[in-house]
Ligand binder design. Structure first.
Ligand SMILES: [Zn+2]
Length: 261
């Protein structure tokens, strides 16, 4: 497994042949040397016997299948404001002037700061979710289509979810937990109790079905996501299930629910 060398860590800890790649990276606030280290990081922790489905949304960062909501971090909104302000400053300056260049540098630093906060948030949250559950199911969202969205708030969230998912799958491998990405179709429209389709617009916050099932909209989706992960074939992003691949290379395998038991 390769990962970015953590800032401030001691490089002497690793053998020279573990360093697989060295890159010089230019960022808005300076140059960085990036060492890619090959390590097999695995930590054995006690099973929790808990499974969870996560529904990501704009109102909350995610809602799980038990109805718990994790709010969007505050820097999502403040970062959005800062980015808009810096973008305005750039566009107000005369093209190819040195003032415009300076404003651009400032904008790039705002971007960098937000991306670091986002990464930090994603790491902490993903670690917590993985260590608290044996199986974590979430939607396989097409991130490339999502970030094309012109709405700034949405693009900030999309990037955050993407990071979060990457770290979920990373910690899934470290702690030998199962992570499953499922098809996102109908997860919010289907009734998690009886399976009928209950059409709702984005503004409908409560799922009300003829069968008597009344649930928070996102929780209903979270349950559907969990059921879909446990009941059908999904895209599993962990190699805990794939004993043949012991080399530590990052991999994805397709498995059925029978392998989860
Ligand atoms: Zn129903």
């Amino acid at each position: 497994m390769t990962f970015d060398f953590p800032e401030g860590a001691d490089l002497n800890f690793y053998q020279p042949d573990q360093i697989k790649r060295v890159r010089l990276v230019k960022k808005a606030d300076g140059y960085y040397v990036q060492f890619c280290i090959q390590v097999d990081r695995e930590e054995v922790i006690e099973p929790t016997h808990l499974t969870i489905g996560l529904d990501v949304g704009l109102e909350s960062f995610y809602t799980d299948s038990l109805g718990n909501k994790v709010e969007n971090p505050r820097f999502y909104r403040t970062g959005e404001k800062k980015m808009k302000r810096s973008q305005r400053l750039v566009s107000r300056k005369v093209k190819s002037s040195s003032n415009r260049r300076k404003a651009r540098v400032k904008l790039a630093r705002v971007h960098l700061k937000i991306s670091r906060q986002r990464k930090d948030h994603a790491i902490k949250l993903a670690r917590c979710v993985i260590t608290s559950n044996d199986v974590v199911v979430y939607e396989d969202l097409r991130i490339k289509n999502m970030v094309k969205n012109h709405c700034l708030a949405k693009s900030i969230n999309d990037a955050g979810w993407h990071q979060f998912r990457v770290w979920l799958e990373y910690f899934g491998k470290v702690f030998l937990r199962v992570t499953i990405a499922v098809n996102p179709a109908y997860t919010s429209q289907e009734c998690s109790s009886c399976g009928s389709i209950v059409k709702k617009s984005l503004s409908t916050r409560t799922h009300v079905c003829q069968c008597g099932c009344v649930l928070d909209r996102d929780r209903n989706a979270g349950i559907n996501i969990l059921n879909s992960g446990l009941g059908t074939t999904g895209h599993v992003g962990t190699f805990a299930l794939d004993a043949s691949n012991a080399s530590g290379e990052s991999t994805s395998v397709l498995v059925g629910a029978n392998l989860l038991g």
